[in-house]
Design a protein around this ligand. Structure first.
Ligand code: BES
Ligand code: MN
Ligand code: ZN
Length: 501
């Protein structure tokens, strides 16, 4: 689907979209059309009990006295409560209603409710476009047939406003964001026979250019670096491990400015290893590389929009499989940090992989802060469900900034505690640390405490447990069913609001 920004002249034919405020508040265009149709718009809203609430939609086909094929009314909710996110949701609702409706072109006059102040119509147009683009995402590459009525028809969304040049300019930035989210969703949706550590690393290499540099470390290098924790997970798989480093140096006159480090868990399939998972739902574990996919999506956004910041993305790629060469419960491995780890449960593999990646980030990037993302624990789903990601941090300022960025972008995170009483649960009888506690209590916190053992004192660090928010079982707002790309918009905003020169 393409988005265009054009002069505010209404089309005579095709599909026209009208935003309607709570209690059937029509826009200027709405009132004109209601009059021209002899009140058909108002009568239709009353007949359908359409009130203009968020997500409400109502279609009038071939309305009398107009040449239009369709008039689509979309609810905006209470005018006083409308934010950027509401406009994104509005754009998404338009796409949801029209994607397979038969309409090829849709025209949306950008009109602000009278009560909303302090917003530019160009920004509103850009937000609508972002929401539309995010919702229009599809992963169809493996369909060889599709029923005619399921095929998308909507080709172009035309946003109409007087300041269309400013709107187009405002959207440029969000267009890059939508592209990054799509890339992340693509990677998360790929099956594990296609996306392995090697092929994911190759896809990263293909992104190099335009200032983004990509370095791939193979097993020989990882061995030299002493990454026994990461390699221990990979040793049960026929697929060799990789660590990929993506760099973006966009801070002007500050090549020496320490980078922000983003670290992602990239388990391309998590069978559990010898501590094997149950069969039901195991297919979900193809998206156990979502943390890595978010880092890749984010780094491309930063590079494409030329963010004035230095950033480094580090993704640790392995497949967790059971085999004759797999690591066993009770094995002791030595991590790159030198700390020894007793592997009690081979299904708690993400923390093992991240231990070495986090250490690499500190040793080789000397970052000013680290944010890691991982589908780390089922326990975070029990705690927070699928609306908010778990946030763990040793730094109040960083935690606060992530929380704010999450609210602004509609990717909320909820801070969870860390503490010594949790930490002592992972003391091992024979090694420096063990990878699980003796029971299932506070599972997500235990996972975070384990990671914290590999963070040096004084290094600002945050861990986002995205196990619950990575995959959506239903269409919802700007997120279609499937991979959500959760984290890309949040971290892009974090960078923009707090770290760009
Ligand atoms: N990848 C899983 C966590 C997960 C579960 C992500 C469900 C998404 C949906 C992780 O590697 C794992 O298996 N964690 C274990 C940890 C346990 C063994 C301490 C879990 O959550 O059961
Ligand atoms: Mn696991
Ligand atoms: Zn896992």
């Amino acid at each position: 689907m393409k988005i265009t920004f054009a002069e505010a002249t209404l089309p005579a034919t095709g599909t026209l979209v009208l935003g309607v405020g709570q209690n059937r508040q029509l826009s200027e265009t709405g009132r004109v059309l209601d009059e021209r149709t002899g009140g058909a718009v108002t009568r239709a809203m009353e007949a359908a009990r359409f009130a203009g609430k968020t997500d409400d939609v109502l279609t009038l086909l071939a309305p009398a006295n107009l040449e239009l094929e369709r008039l689509l009314l979309v609810g905006l909710g209470e005018a006083e409560k409308i934010t950027d996110l509401s406009w994104q949701r509005f754009g998404a609702a338009i796409v949801a209603a029209l994607a397979t409706s038969g309409a090829q072109d849709a025209f949306v006059p950008v009109e602000l409710p009278a009560t909303s102040t302090d917003v530019s119509s160009a920004n509103v147009a850009a937000q609508i476009a972002l929401g539309a683009q995010l919702r229009a995402y599809r992963f169809d590459k493996y369909r060889t047939t599709q029923k005619k009525d399921k095929k998308p028809t909507l080709k172009k969304l035309h946003l109409l406003s007087a300041d269309h040049n400013a709107a187009r300019h405002a959207f440029e930035r969000y267009d890059h964001v939508a592209e990054g989210v799509s890339l992340t969703r693509d990677l998360v949706s790929e099956p594990a026979n296609v996306l392995t550590p090697v092929t994911l690393a190759e896809r990263c290499e293909a992104l190099a250019g335009k200032g983004l540099t990509v370095e791939v470390l193979d097993e020989k290098r990882l061995n030299k670096l002493g990454m026994g924790a990461l390699l221990g997970v990979a040793q049960g798989s026929a697929q060799p491990a990789r660590l990929v480093v993506l760099r973006w140096n966009g801070a002007p006159e500050a090549a020496e400015q320490a980078p922000l480090a983003f670290v992602g868990k990239g388990v391309t399939f998590d069978s559990g290893g010898i501590s094997i998972k149950a069969a039901a739902g195991m297919e979900d574990m193809k998206w156990d590389m979502a943390g890595a996919a978010v880092v890749v999506g984010l780094m491309t956004v930063l590079a494409n929009r030329k963010a004035r910041v230095n950033a480094i993305g580090i993704i640790a790629l392995v497949e967790n499989m059971p085999s004759a060469s797999a690591q066993r419960p009770g094995d002791v491995v030595t991590s790159a940090s030198g700390q020894t780890i007793e592997v009690i449960n081979t299904d708690a593999e993400g923390r093992l992989v991240l231990a070495d990646a986090l250490w690499y980030a500190q040793e080789h990037a000397k970052p000013r802060l680290i944010v890691d993302l991982a589908t780390l624990t089922g326990a975070i789903i029990v705690a927070l469900g699928s609306d908010q990601a778990g946030l763990f941090s040793n730094d109040d300022e960083l935690a606060e900034r992530l929380t704010r960025s999450g609210i602004k972008t509609g990717e909320p995170v909820w801070r969870m505690p860390l503490g010594d009483s949790y930490d002592k649960e992972i003391n091992s009888d024979i090694a420096d640390v063990k990878n699980v506690a003796a029971n299932r209590n506070a599972g997500s916190i235990i996972g975070a405490q384990f990671l914290k053992r590999f963070i040096r004192d004084g290094m600002p660090w945050a861990h986002l447990d995205i196990a619950g928010v990575t995959w959506s079982k239903k269409d919802e707002g700007v997120v279609p069913k499937g991979g959500t790309g959760f984290g890309v918009r949040l971290l892009d905003r974090l960078v923009q609001d707090y770290y760009e020169a």
